[in-house]
Design a protein around this ligand. Structure first.
Ligand code: SAH
Length: 235
């Protein structure tokens, strides 16, 4: 069963974009996932094909209209379509590896990309959109956020990553950031590879990697570290 992504956007030209290269591109060519875009403007009904209007209550910028977006969503998701409906939004719950993994285990996703100041609150409620943020900063549109989300999901789909274990040992999967990596040459600008990694002692290597992962997490991500030490890591 292949993962089906439908992206609603005012800029369908931005897709598949980077997702047509490398891992994700090969996976799409192999039919592991599919991508469909829906031009929201096609669902505007006035002469000017407008999709936005001034905010109720006044203020700067424009707001995406609820009626136009609702028509686009209703066309993109047939009755009985069980895929999660996501709205990329800086107000959303921050995306986590756990949410990415859950999405990758499903049949697909419908992803709405906002523009302007955002979308009319009533369509979020009426079409049960789950707001998802990719971080505490503001983009000019939801498209790059949708590309980020899809990149993270697609690499976890069965058959996408060559080495199946590399998806389970990396940052966030065990509640920790990943340990540092080294490869050839053995000496780079006077810096050697840590001895333990060339010792051939797999128990000591695993122990060193765990210690490094813990040290980095404690240093850089007190939030993850607190959850990890309390045993509250979201899995
Ligand atoms: N006025 C809004 C920002 C709108 S940015 C606010 O202050 O909350 C325009 C669009 O870009 C949003 O509708 C959303 O779809 C997208 N966007 C911006 N930042 C984002 C982020 N951090 N994560 C996900 N989507 C984002």
């Amino acid at each position: 069963m292949s993962f089906r992504a439908t992206v609603l956007t005012l800029y369908p030209e931005m897709f598949p974009g980077p997702l047509d290269l490398s891992l994700a591109g090969r996976a799409r060519a192999a039919g592991i996932w599919s991508l469909e875009t829906v031009q929201i403007r096609d669902f505007a009904q006035d002469r000017h094909r407008s999709v936005d209007d001034t905010p109720a209550g006044g203020g700067a910028g424009m707001v995406m209209r609820a009626d136009v977006l609702a028509r686009a969503i209703d066309r993109a998701a047939a009755p009985g379509d069980e895929r999660p409906r996501l709205l990329m939004s800086p107000r959303g719950r921050p995306l986590t590896q756990a949410r990415v993994r859950a999405l990758a285990a499903g049949t697909g996703a419908l992803i709405v990309c906002g523009r302007f100041e955002g979308v009319d609150q009533r369509v979020i409620e009426a079409r049960d959109l789950e707001e998802v943020s990719i971080g505490d900063y503001v983009l000019s549109g939801g498209e790059p956020a949708a590309l980020v989300l899809l990149d993270a999901v697609v690499r976890l789909l069965p058959g996408v990553m060559g080495n199946e274990t590399s998806g389970t040992e990396e940052s966030f999967e065990g509640g920790l950031l990943e340990h540092p990596h080294y490869t050839r040459p053995p000496l780079f600008e006077g810096r050697p590879i840590p001895d333990v990694l060339t010792s051939g002692n797999h128990r000591r290597i695993a122990e060193w990697r765990r210690q490094e992962a813990e040290r980095l997490t404690a240093e850089r991500r007190p939030d993850l570290w607190a959850a990890y030490t309390k045993g509250e890591t979201e899995q």
